[in-house]
Design a protein around this ligand. Structure first.
Ligand SMILES: *Cc1c(COP(=O)(O)O)cnc(C)c1O
Length: 224
């Protein structure tokens, strides 16, 4: 097993002091690895692919809080709507409407984060400030009673340039503060930013939820 239990224990202590929630990102990793962290008390796990998530959810303990952190296609919302705890990557109002519809079918409300594009890379999904502002405006206009937008999520540029990374996180924190009160029922509570390589910087810049995979589970091998 490649899970680094010592690393996990250390990380949990550090994050607890800083009141930061750890989402253990288990994509491509076997259920045994997830169970190993579960046995140490971890309950929040993140996955990127709908099919992989539903398969794992089916066989693992029911009290796991599953975070969907990948790019979610509208036609796949229905598969995770019965159980998902938090959807991090919502990047359009249209997707929010679909999540609302599927949540209603399951007689529940689903927590969501709006994903903001903060990195330089073209490939990273997310809204710009104008789209964020419009989405929050639309949330006030349309009654989506089965979704709760509780904050923002973002991914920094994958770079050794720590100044660049820090500036991107600072920009997201700034948007978070600026729009926190513009949210419909209650201010934003959750700012999901920081991964294995940059979570320290993210926390310094105001993150309260980090998504960490390879540091805990080892490097991913996509060729299998
Ligand atoms: C894979 C992934 C992570 C975890 O990345 P690591 O570098 O392995 O910690 C975090 N967030 C998102 C959105 C991811 O896709």
């Amino acid at each position: 097993m490649a899970v680094n239990l010592e690393q996990y224990t250390q990380l949990v202590q550090t994050l607890k002091q800083k009141k930061v929630t750890l989402v253990a990102v288990s994509k491509t990793k076997p259920v045994e690895d997830i169970q190993a962290l579960y046995d140490l008390g971890q309950r929040d796990f993140g996955e990127n692919y709908v099919q992989e998530l539903t398969e794992k959810q089916h066989v693992l303990p029911a009290d796991i809080r599953w975070h969907f952190i990948g790019h979610l296609q509208s036609n796949k919302v229905k598969y995770i709507a019965p159980f998902v705890h938090l959807i991090h990557g919502v990047d359009s109002f249209k997707l929010l409407q679909e999540i609302n519809k599927q949540a209603e079918k399951n007689k529940r409300s689903i927590n969501c984060l709006l994903q903001i594009h903060i990195a330089q890379e073209e490939t990273k999904f997310g809204m710009n400030e104008e789209e964020l502002s419009n989405a929050l405006q639309q949330l006030k206009t349309f009654e989506l009673n089965h979704v709760e937008v509780i904050g923002l999520m973002g991914m920094a540029t994958f770079s050794d340039d720590t100044n660049k990374v820090r500036n991107e996180f600072a920009y997201l924190k700034n948007l978070f503060n600026k729009y926190a009160e513009a949210n419909k029922q209650h201010p934003f509570s959750t700012l999901s930013m920081g991964m294995s390589g940059d979570y320290n910087i993210a926390i310094e810049e105001g993150s309260n939820m980090v998504r960490i995979g390879s540091l805990l589970f080892g490097a991913r091998n996509y060729s299998q």
